[in-house]
Design a protein around this ligand. Structure first.
Ligand code: ZN
Length: 298
């Protein structure tokens, strides 16, 4: 029997990517929908899925991987809501409810980075692992951790992008996080790089001081994660990580930060299997939603 069709939404602050798919080899139809007002955007998503279902068959479930902060606790009265987002008009909006009702199927709601990690664990860079983590380093920084095959939830979802790290001695930039100044996101996100150097990450040459500083911050983030919820592999994705020269630099710096302290097998050698890029690329969120929805339809 083939896997059931799933309605998926990868929800970002500027665009939504909606698709009807059963897995990596079967993406029936996909569409980008601009994120405007909640009512307009939700209406466009419902209309897309109705049309897609008429043409390709009805979905068995719905899964949304969303920007946040969002309520991802199924036991909560506001499950499926966007919560305290600064995005105008979207705070305290029921995002999942109206779409679930329109499609009449079981539904699951997760953060975008949790969905991406779940997808990578099913079909990508963390396939076969029970313990893995994902950082996305783009305009902001998000993180996800899976332990024992389960995405870590708690009181809300992880906000690893806002962890504290030590400042690099050659960095005098104040930090760009509007809440904390020089947290990880405030020092190492794509926005922080652009604000510090006056140009975007992709315009900085590979030998620029920016990368030495960035490497140190991301290695510290990986070290902190290793001390709290040790994964067998850490995936680093997002726009900033398109600078492929960062990977060997971060591995080497993490080795220095570890200073021989942990001796687990994945931490031996040059860490080329421990710090890795995503495998599913731009499809990670979408396919993660499929993998999450399949947990509902089994
Ligand atoms: Zn912060």
């Amino acid at each position: 029997m083939s896997a059931p069709l799933i309605a998926t939404i990868e929800a970002g602050g500027t665009k939504m990517v909606a698709a009807l798919t059963s897995g990596p080899a079967d993406i029936r139809v996909r569409e980008r929908i601009a994120t405007t007002t909640p009512s307009e955007t939700i209406e466009a998503l419902i209309s897309f899925f109705k049309g897609a279902a008429a043409e390709h068959g009805a979905p068995a479930a719905l899964a949304i991987g969303t920007f946040g902060p969002a309520d991802i606790d199924p036991a909560s009265a506001t499950y499926g809501h966007i919560t305290s987002t600064p995005k105008p008009g979207w705070a305290d909006i029921d995002f999942l409810g109206p779409i679930k009702e329109a499609l009449g199927v079981p539904a699951i709601f997760e953060t975008d980075v949790n969905a991406a990690l779940f997808g990578e664990a099913r079909w990508g860079a963390a396939a076969g692992l029970k313990n893995a983590a994902y950082f996305t380093i783009g305009t902001g920084i998000g993180g996800a951790v899976m332990i024992g095959g389960q995405l870590i939830h708690g009181m809300g979802h992880s906000e690893m992008g806002h962890m504290r790290i030590s400042r690099h001695p050659e960095d005098s930039f104040a930090g760009s996080c509007s809440f904390h100044g020089d947290c990880l996101e405030g020092l190492a996100s794509g926005s922080a790089i652009e604000a510090r150097w006056g140009k975007p990450a992709e315009k900085l040459p590979a030998d620029h001081l920016a990368w030495k500083i960035e490497t140190d911050y991301l290695a510290q983030a990986c070290l902190n994660l290793l001390t709290i919820a040790p994964p067998e592999r850490i995936i680093l994705g997002g726009g900033v990580m398109h600078q492929a020269h960062l990977f060997p630099m971060i591995r080497a710096r993490l080795k220095e930060h570890l200073n021989g302290y942990l001796s687990h097998a994945p931490l031996k050698g040059n860490l080329s299997d421990f710090i890795v890029p995503p495998f599913l690329g731009d499809n990670a969120g979408l396919l993660g939603c499929v993998a999450l929805a399949h947990t509902l339809t089994r």
